[in-house]
Design a protein around this ligand. Structure first.
Ligand SMILES: Cc1cc2nc3c(=O)[nH]c(=O)nc-3n(C[C@H](O)[C@H](O)[C@H](O)COP(=O)(O)OP(=O)(O)OC[C@H]3O[C@@H](n4cnc5c(N)ncnc54)[C@H](O)[C@@H]3O)c2cc1C
Ligand code: SF4
Length: 455
């Protein structure tokens, strides 16, 4: 797929991948073998009828193709851009054994963009009833529950802690991978369907779940995400110039730090930035740092390139943009200057041992291999965990040993009657499509519960 030239794109936050033309999409779609037992569907967490939508592309029925996808995936413009297709649907494509698998995600993106540009669709709402559903959190899980419940006819209100709805789609994933206009359009469609969104409400603090029930909500869905950053827990981590990826990306994406002074929210990015971690979040942070003018941006990863958990495409994009990868090293402590600003990282070299429970070879520190690395900014991107704020004041919602909500995988039912949950707050950090799939299942169960009163 055509992309912005790396030399140009490091100077802007515009989308990197430019999308297929009609001809490119049809050419790619024609490669599909239309297997009688399509394995690609098995690879998609929401079972999109992939061969069928690809067949419609070959027939140039782009709008119909987009609508076919939407039977199972409410936000294909988003999943077509950010789904880890190479480990999901495309990993199962039989063509991938000998050649390149069909570029399912790119085709999904093409038809859903086409539909958005050329055919305005309004979502059909069935008969409105007077029952109310409260949705806490406006990430992909919450947005999906809200859309599905509103379509059935429930009065839905979303409560969002931040000042803008969208969850990670707006505060985490940068504009150059997922333009915010796309997320905003989906949110506008929800509003057109009558979904109310109230921002700046922290459920558990501004209002409790009990109070939501007292206000007449028949069911509450918790799509809280996993927004609490993890830290390394080493000396010096509180020095100035050390950010969690969460803070770094939120300041840039949600608060538009890159458009200072138009937006009054600057962020300090030094000359030499080290991003600790190897996932999508680390790639996003490093590529943001490049765009904000850092002279040298390093990814510091404790294993080797083979074990990087980030999407291959995003690793390649980061490399093309000049991000330097330092493998098999791990920070031991941060070193500050006289003003309390980080000036270096003491690191230790690793070697790889046996595979651990994650199936990846374990990093083992090499004694005596410590060295100091000069930096002026550090972003810690080693993962996120459940934000306990709401759950601490709602002890009757059971949590597992990692702090995530225990919810039924098929219905999202929690241990508290009337309360459902789904997305990262149940599974831990996962994917957009998995959160949407959980939202869809929960909406069905909420409907069942509100119709029958049976728990
Ligand atoms: C930087 C980054 C990059 C990523 N890249 C990808 C990618 O390329 N592909 C992919 O598939 N996945 C990616 N992910 C993961 C993906 O974004 C998440 O799995 C997904 O967003 C989870 O959706 P969710 O609805 O469960 O939660 P979230 O998107 O986290 O949304 C939760 C929302 O709930 C709100 N909230 C929390 N507590 C409360 C409360 N008490 N009251 C009110 N509101 C509350 C939060 O403010 C937030 O807006 C990425 C994640 C990050 C952080
Ligand atoms: S939603 Fe994701 S996994 Fe499913 S077909 Fe689309 S790109 Fe593939």
């Amino acid at each position: 797929m055509p992309k912005q030239d790396p030399k140009e794109r490091i100077k802007n936050f515009e989308e990197v991948a430019l999308g297929y033309s009609e001809e490119q999409a049809i050419r790619e779609a024609k490669r599909c073998l239309q297997c009688s037992k399509p394995l690609c569907i098995e690879g998609c967490p929401v079972d999109i009828n992939i061969p069928e939508f690809i067949r419609l592309i070959v027939e140039k029925k782009f709008v119909e193709a987009a609508r076919k996808i939407k039977e199972d995936d409410a936000l294909p413009r988003i999943t077509g851009r950010v789904c880890p297709q190479e480990t999901q649907c495309e990993a199962k494509c039989v063509l991938g054994k000998k050649f390149e698998p069909i570029a399912i995600g790119r085709l999904e993106r093409f038809v859903s963009d086409y539909e958005a540009n050329y055919s305005k669709e309004s979502w059909q709402v069935k008969k409105i009833n007077n029952k109310k559903v409260a949705v806490v959190g406006s990430g992909p899980a919450g947005l999906t529950v809200a859309a599905d419940c509103a379509r059935i006819g429930y009065k839905v209100k979303i409560f969002e802690a931040l000042h803008k709805p969208g969850g990670v789609l707006v505060y985490g994933i940068p504009e150059f991978r997922l333009p915010k206009e796309i997320v905003n359009l989906e949110i506008e469609k929800l509003k057109e369907m009558g979904v109310e969104i109230e921002c700046n409400v922290i459920v558990g603090k501004t209002i409790t779940i009990e109070e939501l029930f007292e206000e007449g909500y028949g069911a509450v869905f918790l799509g809280l995400g996993a927004g609490l950053p993890r830290f390394l827990g080493i000396e010096g981590e509180n020095l100035l110039g050390i950010y969690s990826a969460n803070e770094f990306l939120t300041r840039i994406n949600l608060m538009k730090a890159y458009r200072f002074p138009e937006y009054d929210t600057p962020i300090i990015v030094g000359e030499k930035v080290a991003v600790v971690g190897g996932g999508n979040v680390a790639m996003d942070a490093s590529r943001c740092a490049v765009r904000l003018g850092a002279k040298e941006v390093h990814i510091i990863y404790r294993r080797s390139k083979e074990e990087l958990p980030a999407r291959k495409e995003e690793v390649e994009n980061a490399e093309e943009e000049g991000v330097i990868f330092d493998f098999l090293v791990n920070p031991v402590r941060f070193i500050g200057d006289e003003n309390g600003w980080v000036k270096g990282i003491e690191m230790i070299k690793n070697e790889l041992g046996e595979k651990d429970s994650s199936g990846r070879r374990k990093p083992i520190p090499i004694p005596g291999s410590e060295f100091v690395y000069e930096v002026d900014t550090v972003v810690v991107a080693i993962g996120q965990t459940a934000n306990p704020l709401l759950l601490n004041v709602t002890p009757d919602i059971k949590r597992n040993k990692w702090g995530y909500i225990e919810a039924h995988p098929e219905t999202g039912k929690t241990s508290k009657i009337g309360v459902f949950a789904g997305g990262d707050i149940v599974t831990g950090e996962a994917t957009v499509i998995a959160a949407m799939g959980a939202g869809r299942k929960a909406a069905k169960a909420i409907d069942e519960y509100l119709k029958t009163g049976k728990w």
